[in-house]
Design a protein around this ligand. Structure first.
Ligand SMILES: [Zn+2]
Length: 284
């Protein structure tokens, strides 16, 4: 199913690198399984199916791609663990959009499941940009953190996803002001929402008075809307909770269209407060 809608003068198309599988316990952190399994069903290996949603934004003058899935560079072992499908090129084709049409690629952070198709490994082993005409944007702090290869999260950072682009100048490193927006192209901005990583960015889209927000791993699926249901992967869960409150306190009253990075059932939709004061997904 093709998820396409308009936001003001922008056309938004949700594309996907396919479904992959995450450990249910890691996906829901300290939340007991008896609670989260009411929302997502785990398989016999306790894994839950998750989406790898990217968003193509046609602004009228430019084509912007947010996030690039897992890609084709994982080791055989990791590919088996995550059951990665490598479907983003097919998803582009189904949407009728060519990779060479992409002008801008934005990575909210550089975990391998968000920037994997930044580059493609060819059969001869060479690494080439998947989007040859695009300028890529990532947070400077994410690249620095990835290069440190810390014990906690070294596995999440695969340098072939960004180092080749940095070497040729095809990736621009940015550092948005704290609590403020940095505009990449007119109507497409990034803002740091820390917690999942120290510098994870959301992408805000503004056109003709309407706003959408790709909130990335701050709220990975519509099953993670309870502010305390943070992930085991989050580096700073307390900050995630505060940042989720900051996000929802704007997104709900201002009726932002919310884009979920790992929700293969609901890549986009609106959020409201229910009568008990909890945020709930209400569809699009
Ligand atoms: Zn992540």
């Amino acid at each position: 199913m093709l998820h396409r809608m308009t936001l003001g003068d922008f056309e938004l198309t949700a594309v996907s690198d396919g479904i992959y599988h995450l450990d249910g316990g890691a996906f829901f952190g300290v939340v007991p399984k008896v609670m989260w399994q009411k929302k997502l069903v785990a398989d016999e290996r306790n894994r839950v199916a998750s989406g790898l949603n990217s968003l193509i934004v046609r602004t009228g003058s430019q084509t912007v791609l947010i996030e690039t899935g897992i890609g084709n560079k994982l080791s055989e072992k990791l590919r088996g663990i995550y059951d990665a499908r490598q479907l983003l090129p097919a998803s582009f084709a189904a949407a009728g959009i060519e990779p060479r049409e992409v002008d801008i690629v934005i990575n909210t952070h550089l975990h391998f499941d968000h920037c994997g198709w930044n580059t493609t490994r060819k059969p001869d082993g060479s690494i080439v940009p998947t989007f040859p005409n695009a300028q890529y944007f990532a947070h400077r702090g994410e690249v620095d953190h990835g290069h440190l290869q810390l014990e906690r999260d070294a596995v999440s950072y695969i340098s072939d996803n960004y180092d080749p682009l940095l070497a040729t100048g095809q990736m621009t490193l940015i550092d948005p002001p704290e609590g403020g927006l940095l505009e990449i192209v007119p109507g497409v901005s990034v803002e740091v929402f820390p917690g999942h990583t120290a510098q994870m960015m959301a992408v805000l889209l503004d056109s003709a008075g309407e706003r959408a927000c790709y909130i990335s791993d701050l709220i990975p699926t519509s099953a993670h809307l309870d502010v305390t249901w943070v992930m085991g992967y989050d580096l700073d869960p307390l900050t995630c909770i505060e940042q989720r409150k900051r996000f929802l306190s704007r997104a709900i009253p201002e009726k932002w269209l919310v884009l979920f990075t790992h929700d293969h059932h609901h890549p986009m939709g609106y959020v409201e407060w229910n009568d008990r004061g909890k945020p709930v997904f209400v569809g699009s």
